[in-house]
Design a protein around this ligand. Sequence first.
Ligand SMILES: [Zn+2]
Length: 447
Amino acid sequence: MKTISREQALQWIAQGESQKCEERMAEVNRRLHDLVLYVREHSPYFRDAYKDLGEAFILQDLPVTTKAGLLECYDHWVTDPKVTEESVRTYLSDLENVSENYLGRYTALSTSGTTGNPMPMVRDEYHNTIHGCLMEQRLLKGIEASLLSSKVASIIATDGFVSSYSSALRIKRRLGDRSDRFLILSVLTPTTEIVEKLNVFQPEMLTGYPSVLEVLAREKLAGRLSITPDVIASSAEKMTRDTYETLRNAFDCPILDNYCSTEGGEIAMSCSHGYLHLNEDWIILEPVDEEFRPVQLGEWSSGVLITDLTNFVQPIIRYHVGDCVRFSGQPCACGSNLPVLEISGRMGDMLSLNDTSVAFPVLYFMLSDVKNLSSWQIVQTGGNAITFRFIEKHGTSREPVGIAACEKLQQSLRSYGCGEVVVTISHEPFIKNPKGGKTPYVLNRSQ
Ligand SMILES: [Zn+2]
């Protein structure tokens, strides 16, 4: 198993930031060759996929991989034969395991499953050390040290192996008898209750999904929330410039944002000017069109190919995900020469049901345990009315899925403080985004 010391990782990361672009790309090329050599030797899937690859290959010679394709041959994809899809799924299904490593040496977590089929991801120590240090050195920039003595409130999904929850639990465990300085609140807690608890707790650091933080920013601007955090950190969901400005306006403190994924890890991180910089020395990100062809600088992609140069156990190499990104090609005023990128498409509008704001992650986690639900779209049509469109998992019966989802929504929205909401099922196709790009999960047509 490939390992690295924290000191070495921190040193390389510092180097990567100060390097000229050409030097950095030469380093990336070396790392890519190391990874390819390793996976050829240890992964039956890649041995076969790369069998005709010469010594002097370039990135574009490597075939694109997809979630569906890799899931089909999971046990041949990984480089450690002890890692099997069955055993990792078993490990992930028992919440008691959240504090133990998988097979005693790996962390395991699951993709959130917005595309219907959650995929278990196993990360080795090499990945965890480098990505942890990237977070520390490039995002938190010294805040991490003081974080251990500050009061942190985290509003996140508390359903097990979502990566933010497991990292929150890890920090809480590390805090030991000072764990009362870390408040974890479920994203499904009604806003009024979150506001009350935060007013009592008075966090110095606040973390959560951007759209949920935006709801809290509005509470602050309305005078109901009275906290003054020193720093705000968001993740998982894409932060729009509007949300960033609202947060800055309400809290007047640094806003840390990162673009991460379960498969790729810490892909990009925000700087002091609020722009995302790609961790180009450890992650290769290729913006592509629908046929996986590269798009021009400055143009929006319809997807990206991710290569994580640090995961040697479950290799992510030219792995396709549907994120729409755009590289500006412009230098950033913060002085970092790591490339700046933008991500398009928040997951949709904010609902306002009986005057209670409901952000996308709240709806997402309300529906996350509905059996056989593959994808969905919610359209608000009136003050207390929504229409629910959905696709059931292949080969399952449609009607019970719709009934279960409607019941779950009505009940969860009631306990979220929205009162009685009328949910109507629609069998029409999903409404597309008029501006192109990702089909939104949530549309508010009531305003
Ligand atoms: Zn910058």
